[in-house]
Write a protein that binds this ligand. Structure first.
Ligand SMILES: *Cc1c(COP(=O)(O)O)cnc(C)c1O
Length: 421
């Protein structure tokens, strides 16, 4: 459920019409619903509680939507943060999320990022490889601290909505094997600079079938039991993120309740605290990208291009993952036309969709890309020297710009021309 509904002034986010925001802030613009973010988080948390999962750490995956205001909304509800860079750790901290709720993940953490994470005292560093473990031990010893580490295991299970977002197969770059995890865990527990606290997995994103998750989690349970049987201390099992969301063309994903029931079954009686790293399921349907139609360009052979002012640099998912977004006119219309919806960027890949039946539209009309709250603004760039798309947060009948569109002066001022050029 989300809070984007048609009202008397067209499509609205909670109590504010999107056309009003477009008029005030300009287009393209991302708009997020606070009530939807909060609802998605509480639904996820309550489902786990109902399934008997005691006091889970729900570390929202910052990369899905990393705006500090969004992080603060979630942090104030008790969310932790799953981060994959020093920048994301800094974002989480600046949103008021305490370090003891921050998980630091990622395949290639640099020495200075590890230093920073240890200095601020993150809850857990998820280790992805043996060389990384050695680097963490070295940095921790230099700083005179004990690094809390969890081992990210690659359970060799196929899952995820697209090859580019599947992470849990042995051929993917993520994590260590079960055998390596057991060996490294034992080694780490004999190293004064390391405190192994648990194991972690994250098998992919936009997963719409619980079976691969159940398979992976069962294997993880087996690993925890094996480590405990070896006399090692295991406090935490981090089951990652990846739960899919409805994009309106896909199979309906399992609900958080179905997911939680499965987790409750698989982990029943396991004496560890569970952690989760949901991103998309919290943020995707809490945001839209509003864009204006620049032209309707009809080719002699009949193909109709809806040229809009948003482009692949603002929302890259269709170009990168062949992702589907429902595209709705802000004002409901009768009739039907078939469009290729494209942006102004000089790439054929700057095509959001082809042959999409939609109500007939004209220059100046506004449209909303639905389900754009995750992996939208966070992945945006300034390619083609297009200003980074601004973001707006709605709360009931008020709204605020939570990231301003940069001015051209500010953009150009970042380039430095040496005096010898
Ligand atoms: C991307 C990522 C997530 C979040 O995935 P979603 O599909 O958005 O839930 C969680 N954990 C890790 C390690 C990730 O890389």
């Amino acid at each position: 459920m989300n809070h984007f509904e048609y009202g008397p002034e067209g499509l609205a986010c909670e109590g504010v019409s999107l056309a009003h925001i477009a008029a005030e802030v300009g287009t393209p613009v991302y708009v997020y619903s606070r009530a939807t973010l909060e609802r998605h988080f509480t639904v996820f948390r309550d489902a786990l509680e109902l399934a008997g999962v005691a006091a889970p750490l729900i570390a929202y995956a910052v990369k899905a939507n990393s705006n500090v205001a969004v992080l603060k909304v979630l942090g104030d509800l008790g969310a932790g943060a799953d981060t994959v860079s020093e920048g994301e750790v800094r974002r989480a901290l600046s949103a008021g999320i305490p370090a003891d709720r921050i998980v630091f993940s990622g395949v290639g953490k640099a020495r200075r990022e590890i230093q920073f994470a240890l200095q601020v005292g993150v809850a857990e560093i998820n280790v992805e490889s043996e060389p990384e473990l050695n680097l963490i031990a070295e940095v921790a010893a230099e700083l005179g601290v004990r690094a809390k580490v969890a081992f990210r295991v690659n359970p060799d299970v196929a899952a995820g909505g697209h090859a580019k977002i599947a992470t849990g197969k042995a051929e993917n770059k993520f994590g260590v094997s079960f055998a390596e995890a057991a060996r490294l865990y034992a080694n780490a527990s004999n190293n004064a600079a390391l405190e192994p606290i648990g194991v972690a997995c994250h098998i992919g994103s936009q997963i719409t079938d619980l079976a691969p998750m159940r398979a992976a989690f069962s294997k993880m349970r087996g690993l925890v039991e094996q480590l405990l049987a070896e006399g090692l201390s295991v406090e935490r099992l981090d089951l990652g993120g990846g739960l899919g969301v409805p994009y309106f063309n896909h199979p309906e994903p399992p609900s958080p309740a179905d997911f939680a029931t499965m987790v409750g079954e698989v982990t029943a009686g396991l004496p560890v605290r569970l952690a989760f790293e949901p991103g998309r399921v919290i943020a995707a349907n809490a945001g839209v990208l509003v864009s204006e139609v620049i032209h309707v360009h009809e080719r002699p052979e009949g193909r109709k291009f809806l040229v809009i002012d948003a482009a692949m640099n603002d929302l890259v998912r269709p170009a990168m993952y062949d992702a589907f977004h429902d595209i709705r006119p802000l004002v409901k219309r009768d009739g039907e036309a078939v469009y290729d919806v494209v942006g102004p960027v000089c790439e054929t890949g700057d095509t959001f969709t082809r042959d999409r039946p939609m109500p007939p539209l004209a220059a100046g009309d506004l449209v909303a890309f639905m389900s754009a709250g995750a992996y939208g603004a966070a992945m945006a760039s300034e390619y083609n020297t297009r200003p980074l798309v601004p973001e707006v947060l709605v709360d009931g009948d008020r709204f605020a710009v939570i990231r301003a569109r940069p001015t051209y002066d500010a953009m150009l001022a970042r380039d430095l021309v040496p005096d010898w050029v």
